[in-house]
Design a protein around this ligand. Structure first.
Ligand SMILES: [Zn+2]
Length: 227
C-alpha cells in the first residue's frame, strides 16, 4: 500500500516524455507542516521554472504515514542525510526521482548529487536532506537547492564547462537586484567570480529563482537522460 499522497502535479502523464517525481518525507511528526508547506512550495516553484523545457510533467508526493516516519538523527544535515539514505534504500528507492527528508531542527542540507548518466533524479532514485529550522524564503530556497543537486549531472561536457572546479554552486548567482541569491548560491559557500553565474556578491536574501546556467544544466541533463 502506498504511503504517499500526491500534493502537486502538472502536465499530462499520458503524453509525458520528461517526467520528474519528488517525494518529501517529514523526519518527525513536528516536521509535517514544514514538509507540506514551505518545503513543498520551494520545490513547486523550482519545478514550475523547469516545466515546458527540461521537464514536461511532475508529481510531488508527501510521505504521510506517521507510524513510519524516518525519525533519524537531527544532529546535523550530514547525519540526517546519511541515516535517511540507509533507511529509505530497499524501501522506496524503486521509485525513480528525488527523495528529500526534511527536519525543522536541522540547518542546511546534503544531497547525493545527480552525477552520471544513470545516477540522477531523471532515471534513478536520488536522496537528499533539507534542514528547515527556518521557513519562508530561506527554507524554500534550501529545498530547491538540494533538489537541483540531485538532478544536475555535472559530468556532462556542457555542464562541466560552466563549473571551473566541478562545483555546482557556480551555477548559482546573487542577483544585483536586491542582492537576492538563487538557490545554488544561497548557502554562503566560497564561490568566487568565475563563469557567468557565479556568486561574487554578498547576499541579503534567498530565493527559488534559478539562473540561466542552472536551467541550462538541468536541460542538458534531461536531454541526455531522455534522448
Ligand atoms: Zn549545495
Amino acid at each position: 500500500m502506498s504511503k504517499f499522497d500526491l500534493l502537486e502535479t502538472k502536465g499530462e502523464w499520458q503524453s509525458a516524455d520528461r517526467p520528474l517525481a519528488v517525494h518529501i518525507y517529514p523526519n518527525n511528526a513536528r516536521d509535517v507542516s514544514a514538509a507540506k508547506g514551505f518545503v513543498k512550495d520551494g520545490i513547486t516553484q523550482l519545478l514550475d521554472q523547469l516545466f515546458g523545457g527540461p521537464i514536461d510533467f511532475y508529481e510531488i508526493y508527501y510521505f504521510y504515514d506517521y507510524r513510519y516516519f524516518p525519525r533519524k538523527s537531527s544532529e546535523d544535515a550530514e547525519s540526517l542525510y546519511r541515516e535517511f539514505k540507509s533507511w529509505y534504500q530497499g524501501k522506496y528507492d524503486h521509485r525513480i526521482g528525488v527523495h528529500l527528508v526534511t527536519d525543522t531542527e536541522v540547518l542546511g542540507g546534503r544531497s547525493d548529487g545527480g552525477d552520471g548518466t544513470t545516477l540522477n533524479s531523471f532515471n534513478n532514485a536520488r536522496c537528499c536532506a533539507a534542514g528547515s529550522d527556518y521557513s519562508g524564503s530561506e527554507g524554500r530556497s534550501t529545498a530547491a537547492h538540494e533538489t537541483l543537486h540531485s538532478i544536475i549531472n555535472n559530468e556532462l561536457p556542457g555542464v562541466k564547462d560552466m563549473l571551473p572546479d566541478g562545483d555546482e554552486h557556480y551555477l548559482g548567482k546573487v542577483y544585483s537586484d536586491g542582492n537576492t541569491a538563487s538557490p545554488l548560491a544561497n548557502n554562503d559557500n566560497e564561490v568566487s567570480s568565475k563563469g557567468d553565474c557565479s556568486a561574487d556578491r554578498e547576499q541579503d536574501t534567498e530565493s527559488t529563482t534559478i539562473t540561466s546556467c542552472a536551467y541550462d544544466a538541468v536541460q542538458l541533463t534531461s536531454d541526455d537522460a531522455f534522448e
